[in-house]
Design a protein around this ligand. Structure first.
Ligand SMILES: Nc1nc2c(ncn2[C@@H]2O[C@H](COP(=O)(O)OP(=O)(O)O)[C@@H](O)[C@H]2O)c(=O)[nH]1
Ligand SMILES: [Mg+2]
Length: 365
């Protein structure tokens, strides 16, 4: 499974519209085989000019970019945590994603009812926050009960966990998301096992109407401030326009984008923002003359672990990694020239892979 981003928001915020825009735009990025894995899971390949350059240089039959999967998660409404609307069904879906895209409605449309009666994105955010925090509280309280029972018989083993869970409960009870609670490495392990919704990194997206584009920056301001305070990201989009534009071809769509004041590629901006939010970088592999492929890894990953990402055999039998940075490769013009210039380095298992590295793994089977 690839990197997954769950789209959450109140009903009629435009989640499905955004989802369609994302997946249709994804479909247009040749040569990636477009897929909607399930009706509500779509794949957006990340455009990367470095990969494109490599593809032009080496012309392999297959070019595989990294991709971000978006999941349209329905059913989050005020009262969800106690079973309103579709109740807790959404929880199951959000628990599995790596990051949460919070979509907030700014567009005004008399024919599209708002579940809260008026358009107010920051109020909606408060509603969503409350639901997610309450859902997490329920999870933590279930775990607390178990840990309390265990701590009664084995206080030495479970004392610390109990103490941390109580801290976490108080933190959530005060209206704060799990991700702002300081923790030790040991506590992090407990947290990871809980799959809390408010622990996931967030990308805030404000869904604007066509007529609001001119004032986009000022409308985005409160959300941007919030995102900056929590180390997240915020951007705006016109989901409905993007959905329509995604069906058009290059030049025509670009002209309309300019006329509307939209960015040249909002869908890619969004996918890249999610990628960056998760601290992901890309490295590239060239497999014989057959395939060029981009791989996503977390910043700070070693050559050994990167090899394992490509194939478990490569990790097991790792000998060394032959690495050239993309910048060096482009400057030299070809892999052979880079080799002659001594720009292809031989790196060991502990080498920290850098964004844009072109790597050939040497391994024994
Ligand atoms: N006027 C206007 N309508 C929009 C916009 N974005 C979405 N909608 C409409 O709002 C309704 C609800 O959108 P949908 O994507 O189904 O919302 P969801 O419930 O969050 O999945 C649909 O009729 C959309 O066409 C927008 O930017 N402007
Ligand atoms: Mg929907």
């Amino acid at each position: 499974m690839g990197l997954q981003v769950g789209i959450v928001g109140l009903p009629n915020a435009g989640k499905s519209t955004l989802f369609n825009a994302l997946t249709r735009a994804g479909a247009a990025v040749a040569p990636y085989p477009f897929t909607t894995i399930e009706p509500n899971v779509g794949v957006v390949p990340l455009a990367d000019e470095r990969l494109q350059w490599l593809a032009e240089l080496l012309r392999p039959p297959r070019v595989v970019p990294v991709a971000v999967e978006f999941v349209d998660i329905a059913g989050l409404v005020r009262g969800s945590h106690r079973g309103e609307g579709l109740g807790n069904q959404f929880l199951h879906h959000i628990r599995q994603v790596d990051a949460v895209l919070v979509l907030l409605r700014a567009f005004r449309a008399a024919d599209v009812p708002h579940p809260e009666g008026t358009v107010d994105p920051m109020r909606d955010l408060a509603v969503l926050d409350t639901e997610l925090i309450l859902a997490d509280l329920a999870t933590v309280e279930r775990r607390l009960e178990r840990t309390r029972a265990l701590a009664r018989t084995k206080p030495r083993e479970y004392g610390e966990e109990l103490h941390f869970l109580e801290q976490l409960q108080a933190h959530l009870n005060s209206g704060q998301p799990a991700r702002t609670l300081p923790r030790t490495a040991q506590e992090q392990a407990i947290l990871s096992g809980l799959f809390l919704l408010t622990e996931k990194p967030r990308l805030y997206v404000l869904n604007l109407g066509e007529e609001q584009v001119q004032e986009a920056q000022s409308l985005l301001q409160p959300l941007l401030a919030r995102a900056q305070a929590e180390g997240g990201a915020a951007m705006w989009i016109c989901a409905r326009l993007e959905e329509e534009l995604a069906q058009l071809d290059g030049p025509e769509a670009q002209e309309l984008r300019q006329a509307w004041g939209l960015p040249p590629d909002a869908v890619q901006q969004l996918a890249h923002a999610a990628y960056d939010l998760l601290g992901l970088i890309s490295f590239f592999t060239v497999v014989g003359g057959n395939e060029i492929r981009a791989w996503e890894i977390r910043r700070g990953t070693t050559a050994l672990k990167a090899a394992g990402k490509v194939h478990s055999d490569m990790e097991r039998g790792f000998i060394r990694a032959e690495v050239v940075s993309f910048a060096d490769l482009r400057r030299s013009g070809s892999l052979a020239a880079a080799r002659e210039l001594g720009l292809v380095r031989s790196e060991g298992r502990d080498y920290i892979v850098q964004d844009g590295d072109v790597i050939q793994f040497r391994f024994s089977v």
